[in-house]
Ligand binder design. Structure first.
Ligand code: PMT
Length: 410
């Protein structure tokens, strides 16, 4: 897919390079368009080197009159084939031109010419941002379905404090992905996702934990939210930002996760248990920090199995999906867990493999049901999340139900 990044003339123009990188990481082909003012802040060469495409800086690239028309048509063609236009930073001037249909350079002409979704990430001085003219222009653009990624508040380059700082690059990239992958096939569903690794305290300082970063669970939550679901994210401690639009419930221990899940179970239509949950906790938690004095034996007791409890209490229309991280006899252990826990499917990770599983950006899994084992090859966790959701939704299709009853009948 192709995204055009429009860069207009503000001090935040240099941050557009980070946006280009973030979009490329999502396997998007990026074309950059710069206004004349933007080129005073950043050289087009920076973007050309990052994208491998010549940066479009003018409607008229060639000084030769005969070639003028050809180059402008070529550029317009590039505009017509883009899947989204994102302008970051968008100055007050560019917003005003967009709102009033003024097309006096390539970027503003492109805005009028393209039928692709448009996202703007404004950045400017706080007074310019708050000015009724700017606010009226934004209202006009919002009414035309232009997606606005509002600026953050803080110290601005002009020395003032307030709203006007370009939004976080992740938030802008998320908005772009949101419009590109807008599928509403989870509308009406409430998806509860558990993520991260639970912790069981040994004393006020130490805990038993595991290597889960929460990335896989957060990717599931974000993908479900993008596809129209209401998402309840029950999360153990992670270093991640909660995906926009998800309702987060933060927990630490297995028991807290259990309570949070069971308290909200009646709201969920799909439960996805991506969390790595402690199977044991210390029988006694020391009230004070344990002192070092020779060998220490810890007595552990099993925690409750939340997944099994969810399966026990499920409504008939609810889908329950577990995850499993295995290091040996992966498929056999996965099948055993699927049957023992009674989930509809288990997403099986071979965490002995390099570069996938715990804490990595990428993953490869087997989506295991009673009838099938579907290999989902290595890709980013975010991409994988969409494939897993596709397989989960396939469980609802009549063909699957038929296949299941066929098997039971044998
Ligand atoms: O977080 P990342 O760094 O991105 O890594 C992703 C992951 C590898 C943690 C994740 O994709 C994964 O595989 N999660 C499951 C980890 C695991 O080992 O689960 P398990 O085999 O111990 O448990 C199987 C299932 O039962 C899981 O859905 C688990 O949430 C659930 N369970 C386990 C124990 C327990 N007491 N209650 C549970 O509900």
């Amino acid at each position: 897919m192709k995204v055009t990044v429009g860069v207009s003339g503000g001090i935040a123009a240099y941050k557009a390079a980070e946006l280009v990188r973030a979009l490329q990481k999502q396997a998007l082909d990026v074309q950059v368009v710069m206004t004349e003012a933007a080129q005073r802040f950043v050289q087009p060469l920076t973007f050309a080197a990052l994208t491998g495409h010549q940066v479009i800086t003018s409607l008229w690239d060639s000084p030769d009159t005969a070639e003028h028309e050809a180059s402008s048509i070529e550029h317009m063609d590039a505009a017509q084939t883009t899947d989204a236009l994102v302008v970051a930073p968008a100055t007050a001037n560019v917003l005003a031109k967009f709102a009033h249909g003024i097309a006096d350079d390539f970027l503003t002409t492109l805005y009028l010419a393209t039928t692709a979704p448009v996202i703007v990430a404004p950045a400017m001085n706080v007074n310019m941002w708050q000015h009724p003219a700017t606010q009226a222009n934004l209202e006009t653009l919002a009414a035309r379905n232009v997606r606005i990624v509002a600026p953050d508040s803080g110290y601005l380059a002009c020395g003032m404090i307030g709203a006007g700082r370009l939004a976080e690059i992740d938030a802008i990239a998320e908005a772009v992905l949101g419009v590109l992958h807008h599928r509403n096939d989870l509308a009406g569903e409430t998806v509860m996702v558990t993520a991260g690794g639970t912790r069981e305290a040994l004393d006020p300082v130490r805990f038993l934990g595991n290597r889960s970063s929460g990335k896989m669970g957060y990717a599931m939550a974000e993908a479900a939210q993008r596809r129209g679901a209401r998402v309840i994210l029950v999360t153990a401690p992670t270093a991640l930002r909660v995906p926009a639009g998800c309702e987060a419930v933060t927990v630490i221990t297995t028991e807290e996760m259990r309570q949070a899940v069971l308290d909200r179970l009646d709201q969920a239509t799909i439960v996805i248990k991506a969390a790595a949950v402690a199977d044991y906790r210390p029988r006694v938690q020391a009230g004070q920090k344990l002192r070092r004095s020779g060998p220490l034996t810890l007595e552990l007791e099993p925690t409750q199995d939340i997944l099994a409890e969810v399966v026990e209490r499920r409504r008939p229309d609810m889908l329950v999906i577990g995850f499993a991280a295995e290091t040996e006899d992966v498929l056999a252990h996965g099948r055993d867990k699927l049957l023992r826990k009674g989930a509809d499917a288990i997403v099986l990770n071979d965490v002995s493999r390099e570069g996938v599983g715990f804490d990595s950006e990428r993953n490869a899994v087997t989506f295991l049901t009673r009838e099938r084992a579907i290999e989902l090859p290595e890709m980013t966790k975010r991409e994988l999340a969409d494939h897993i959701l596709d397989e989960i939704l396939a469980l609802r299709r009549p063909s699957h139900v038929l296949a299941e009853s066929d098997t039971t009948g044998d």
